[in-house]
Design a protein. Structure first.
Length: 178
């Protein structure tokens, strides 16, 4: 039995197929929880499940993205954005940054996408969740260092995160080369 839908991903084409899947599933999560499609922050994360897959994909990432001298950088700017065309009522979306996550036994999902919400509405939604309101498929992300709302469904192998634009910029470390 194959446990992971896409892993091990070994080619650019396989990665693009996985990104498209992450895109579709995360937009479905967004609509199911918030009753609308929010704009994306522009980055997509792929979760590796095997050590060899991670080695292969970090090499592929070097070909697809700009180099960085920052060892803490998470998302890398793509040379050519990934554009997912309109599908049904899902909007066309452009991804400008890519993240390849190391294997993690606690993350069976294919990957994640970050959505952006206007600051005032985000604070209201977050306060409602903290106050006990139940929004199906949405919860406060449990890491104190990241102010986000997680979108999830146990039957979906992708995760969505909602934050304000300032938060999405924090995960992208800008680099300056000499």
């Amino acid at each position: 039995m194959k446990l992971y839908r896409f892993s091990p991903v070994t080619t650019h084409a396989d990665l693009l197929e996985a990104v498209r899947h992450i895109h579709v599933e995360c937009f479905k999560l967004c609509k199911a929880s918030l009753d609308e499609y929010l704009p994306v922050a522009g980055h997509v994360g792929f979760f590796c499940h095997y050590d060899e897959e991670y080695k292969v994909l970090t090499e592929l990432q070097k070909e697809l993205t700009e180099a960085s001298d920052n060892i803490n950088q998470k998302y890398f700017r793509l040379h050519e954005p990934i554009v997912i065309s309109v599908e049904g009522d899902l909007p066309e979306t452009t991804y400008t940054h890519l993240y390849i996550r190391q294997p993690d036994i606690y993350r069976a999902q294919v990957g994640d996408i970050d959505f952006v919400m206007e600051a005032e509405r985000y604070q209201e939604t977050k306060a409602e969740l903290e106050g006990g309101r139940v929004i199906s498929g949405a919860r406060i992300f449990p890491r104190g260092d990241l102010d986000m709302i997680e979108l999830y469904n146990p039957d979906v192998d992708a995760l969505g995160y909602v934050s304000v634009n300032e938060m999405t910029e924090k995960v992208r470390v800008k680099t300056n080369f000499l």
